[in-house]
Design a protein around this ligand. Structure first.
Ligand code: ZN
Length: 178
């Protein structure tokens, strides 16, 4: 973990003048951000999120799967329990261009990954992102249609551009320029 030592040093610096110790467990904003683990795609940076403001979920590609749906369902239940029945969560599904999972359509990589995690190649294909506008819209739709989620939960797809830092609402495949 020698590479981690420089980050530990940064943590020591972080604790100097630390002023977030009295934040409450419930986030200040009723927004859940779902995005990719890509090191270039950090919503704290590109959305200017401060500690205590927003719940962020990250996985490969920022894809909506059963685990994400369950997490959002639980977060929504907790929000209603602690902030009142009128509490409504919005989910921003943020995919990005040049995403690593766009390579998951490659047959050789697909086979290798499927063997590595003991899944079918078709399951790896489901994780693949072709057009991030299309996949972000599709995943937002999947959340909005989930029977596990309260209709007050509203999901919207967005696309982050790793070359410009800009975020835009996901369009349909026909209007995409990605
Ligand atoms: Zn990615």
């Amino acid at each position: 973990m020698s590479n981690f030592n420089q980050l530990l040093d940064r943590n020591v610096n972080y604790t100097r003048g630390f002023s977030h110790g009295s934040l409450q467990i419930m986030p200040k904003l009723p927004t859940v951000v779902l995005t990719c683990v890509d090191a270039r795609v950090d919503p704290a940076h590109f959305l200017g999120i401060e500690p205590g403001e927003v719940v962020v979920i990250r996985n490969l590609g920022g894809r909506v799967d059963d685990s994400v749906i369950e997490s959002v369902a639980i977060l929504d239940s907790l929000a209603k329990r602690f902030a009142g029945e009128e509490a409504a969560i919005e989910v921003a599904v943020i995919h990005h261009n040049d995403c690593g999972v766009s390579r998951f359509s490659n047959p050789q990589l697909q086979q290798a990954l499927a063997q590595r995690i003991k899944r079918e190649a078709s399951e790896i294909q489901e994780m693949a992102i072709g057009d991030p506008h299309e996949s972000a819209s599709m995943d937002a739709d999947r959340l909005n249609a989930s029977p596990l989620l309260n209709p007050t939960v509203k999901a919207t797809g967005y696309v982050y551009d790793v070359t410009t830092g800009s975020l835009e609402k996901a369009g349909s495949l026909a209007t995409s320029n990605a």
